[in-house]
Design a protein around this ligand. Structure first.
Ligand SMILES: NC(=O)c1ccc[n+]([C@@H]2O[C@H](COP(=O)([O-])OP(=O)(O)OC[C@H]3O[C@@H](n4cnc5c(N)ncnc54)[C@H](O)[C@@H]3O)[C@@H](O)[C@H]2O)c1
Length: 416
């Protein structure tokens, strides 16, 4: 059998996967699609520089006709389900960047497309594959801290300095229009991945939109919080967004009935572990250490090594490796990591009410949400659009000059 032929849709973030696929022993980059010509040409040149020929497409309709076994979806965050379903229906395996879908109706449709196609769906939630978070999963699954009681996940990332480079001065860019709680996957994902538990209820709240983001054209509150109840009654706090802190904070804590473990806010790569002895409050074991990666090739990869494993497990899963299938994130888990952020905004609009998170593994649950297009992106919301600024005190429309200035900075390579 020849190498797996993989297409990459979106060549911004998609470059991370392209780099890993070039020269790969089991897979190659067959085609790349990006409507922005300079971005596409840059990706093509990267392949050419290492002697690989890749077909380049500006248009998805042409790209989907290309000779490919699988596709990496690194296009806009709210359009993964829309294009992913078409690719699954055309017989391709897919790996989706975050997030999995824009609304609940898409979540149900995506799950059904995966089930019907029988193809591999992997979710590229790379924060689950840090040396620390993966170790938390291993330890939790071994029973090292007992049963989950409480967890915190934190993804504090002030993107203001790179806003021109990631929104291009486009008023309609998803980053300017998604609600404060949308991007919940990096904070919540590793907690769900470690425990293997399903979310059943969510309450949301959000911070004010900071002036520094208003001046860059963002419309939502600058940070969002989801309080998520899991199926065993344990509770997670997930917080994400732009708060003033450098470097940003990527941090996780898991408490169980016998102990706890947490990553280190200032000392990345460290894991702290506590296990109680057989007497209350008396320590049995206390550790502070740097867990090893399960694959040494990960050490040099982006996002603390996590970028390596998403693509690695995708390729290995397609090739039938059962261990990879077990560690990769499937469509049900992807939806579990995504929809609390959509429903948390519904909660915010209802003054913080607890909202049920459905189990879309069950066909009867899907029926209830099949037409639920509630979201803050107009093109995905149909008649269920919610303004991401709904609860913000300042609802003034952003003047065109703001976007023109952000665009100017993007083209000039200036920070935000
Ligand atoms: N996991 C991570 O650590 C991580 C980091 C950054 C971005 N992301 C995700 O990666 C995805 C892409 O993000 P990005 O930072 O590259 O920014 P982006 O969303 O602005 O870029 C998407 C790219 O896809 C192209 N594109 C979008 N729709 C297209 C279409 N219909 N036809 C052709 N080309 C199209 C755009 O031209 C652009 O180059 C997002 O889903 C984002 O959430 C994940």
């Amino acid at each position: 059998m020849g190498k797996l032929k993989i297409g990459v849709f979106g060549a911004g973030r998609g470059m991370s996967m392209i780099h890993q696929l070039l020269g790969h022993p089991d897979a190659c980059v067959a085609a790349i699609c990006d409507k922005h010509r300079p971005t596409l040409d840059n990706a093509g040149k990267t392949a050419e520089d290492v002697g690989e020929t890749v077909e380049l497409y500006e248009n998805f309709e042409d790209f989907i006709q290309a000779d490919m076994d699988a596709v990496v979806l690194a296009n806009y965050a709210h359009e993964h389900a829309k294009y992913g379903i078409r690719l699954l229906n055309s017989g391709r395996h897919i790996m989706s960047e975050v997030l999995a879908c824009a609304n609940l109706a898409e979540a149900a449709a995506l799950i059904e497309a995966v089930e019907k196609s029988g193809k591999i769906y992997n979710y590229a939630e790379n924060y689950c594959f840090f040396n620390t978070t993966f170790e938390m999963r291993q330890r939790y699954q071994r029973g090292d801290i007992g049963e989950f009681t409480y967890g915190e996940g934190e993804y504090i990332h002030d993107c203001s300095s790179i806003w021109p480079q990631i929104t291009y001065g486009e008023r309609d860019h998803w980053r300017n229009n998604t609600q404060s709680t949308f991007y919940c996957t990096h904070s919540l994902g590793p907690l769900l991945y470690s425990t293997g538990l399903r979310p059943v209820k969510v309450q949301g709240c959000e911070g004010r939109r900071g002036e520094f983001m208003k001046n860059l054209g963002a419309r939502a509150g600058s940070f969002g919080i989801e309080m998520v109840t899991l199926e065993n009654g344990g509770i997670c706090k997930s917080i994400h967004g732009g708060l003033k802190r450098e470097p940003g904070s990527i941090n996780y804590q898991l408490y169980g009935t016998k102990g706890c473990m947490e990553t280190d806010r200032w000392n990345g790569g460290h894991l702290h572990f506590y296990r109680e002895s057989d007497r209350n409050c008396i320590p049995g074991e206390i550790l502070d250490y740097v867990p090893e990666f399960t694959n040494k090739d990960a050490a040099a990869a982006g996002h603390g090594g996590g970028d390596f494993f998403t693509t690695h497990y995708f390729i290995r899963s397609i090739l039938g490796d059962e261990e990879a299938k077990k560690n990769a994130i499937n469509v049900y888990q992807a939806v579990d990591m995504t929809i609390p952020g959509i429903l948390a905004f519904r909660s915010i609009l209802q003054g913080g009410d607890a909202i049920e998170v459905p189990n879309l593994r069950l066909p009867e649950e899907r029926d209830k949400y099949r037409n639920d297009t509630f979201c803050t992106i107009k093109s995905s919301a149909g008649d269920m659009w919610a303004d991401p600024m709904s609860m913000q005190p300042d609802k003034e429309p952003t003047p065109d000059e703001v976007y023109e200035e952000v665009r100017r900075r993007w083209l000039a390579g200036e920070p935000g």
